[in-house]
Design a protein around this ligand. Structure first.
Ligand code: GDP
Length: 328
């Protein structure tokens, strides 16, 4: 195991765009070890002035819709436009239980091999559809390292879309023509969260059906109340394998950035997200505190059966737990 660096060393390494130090800094913020926590928190705090100047894009869709193929093609397109692209992606091993993304040569092969891009898989096991508890901090570190376009991939498993929506500026939902909405696990709530639907695999024999699907989704979106950002969700056709529709997709995102900067939503959304991050961090740290406090664990052990059988009130026990937190 490599030695931990000092906060200054991490800081200088990240700011200079050093990939291996960036990767290690992300590992540091993902660490649950008590001794890493302070270091990680200080590092993120110190780097904060260098963060925030990227376009954060969330990408979701059911397995097989073409997320990784899209990210590969779109990412390469963005690199050609001079963008600095970082991808925080799901590690398929967390779903399939084998190998890591780095060993999985077929996934985003070109992008992963391009020195201009940075790809970081979420650690398997601890991720919720690819969103780890520290995806945001990883995103901030990537920004401090100079990446101006961050793509965050998540697989449609319900909660993960809400988590990603809460950390990005623009949320893309990838879909397929022909597969029913139910089949695609597309809940109305997810469509409502999306700033754009991308109908992928709009190529070959599938092009006609994709055009029809576009009409269908445009009508469906029409029934939703307008978003508070004053943006009407768009529906675009792309082919990730033929690399068509990518330019239009990026232009749409640029329009969105411009639109929300003008109407103030951009900054409002970011401010609200920061407060949400604070609350989530407090909850998660409180959870850890409870887990690691022996007195509390003991108390819970003694009374757990009582709560189960109904003889002890959960409220009473919860209050006792809080009392133990208050009296060190
Ligand atoms: P993911 O599970 O959402 O990441 O999906 P993948 O990117 O692994 O793609 C699933 C399959 O769909 C692969 O066999 C891809 O080659 C194929 N695929 C992805 N995008 C397209 C596309 O635009 N057109 C066609 N024809 N096939 C695609």
């Amino acid at each position: 195991m490599k030695q931990r660096l000092s906060v200054e060393e991490y800081e200088a390494g990240v700011l200079s765009g050093n990939r291996s130090i960036l990767a290690r800094a992300i590992t540091l913020v993902e660490s649950t070890r008590a001794e890493d926590r302070d270091l990680a928190a200080n590092l993120v705090q110190n780097l904060l002035p260098h963060t925030g100047r990227s376009t954060r894009i969330g990408i979701t869709g059911v397995p097989g819709v073409g997320k990784s193929t899209f990210i590969e093609s779109f990412g390469m397109y963005l690199l050609e436009q001079g963008k600095k692209v970082a991808v925080l992606a799901i590690d398929p091993s967390s779903q399939r239980g084998k190998g890591s993304i780095l060993g999985d040569k077929t996934r985003m092969e070109t992008l992963a091999g391009d020195k201009r891009a940075f790809i970081r898989p979420s650690p398997s096991g601890r991720s919720l559809g690819g969103v780890s508890a520290k995806t945001r901090e990883a995103m901030l570190l990537c920004e401090a390292a100079g990446f101006d376009t961050i793509l965050i991939e998540t697989v449609g498993v319900g909660q993960s879309e809400t988590a990603v929506r809460g950390m990005v500026d623009f949320f893309l939902l990838l879909m397929l023509a022909g597969a029913g909405d139910e089949l695609q696990g597309i809940k109305k709530g997810i469509m409502e969260m999306a700033d754009a639907l991308l109908i992928n695999k709009a190529d070959g024999d599938n092009l006609r059906a994709s055009k029809q699907a576009r009409q269908h989704y445009l009508q469906a979106l029409h029934l939703f109340p307008p978003n508070e950002n004053g943006w009407y969700p768009k529906v675009e056709l792309v082919s990730s394998t033929e690399k068509s529709g990518l330019k239009a997709c990026w232009e749409m995102i640029e329009k969105y950035v411009d639109h929300t900067n003008r109407n103030g939503f951009w900054e409002k959304n970011r401010s609200e997200q920061r407060i949400q991050w604070l609350e989530e961090n407090i909850h998660s740290l409180l959870g850890d505190l409870i887990q690691s406090n022996l007195k509390i664990q003991n108390l819970l052990k003694i009374h757990r059966e009582g709560v189960k059988s109904g003889s002890i009130s959960p409220l009473w026990l919860a209050q006792e737990v809080i009392k133990l937190i208050q009296t060190p």
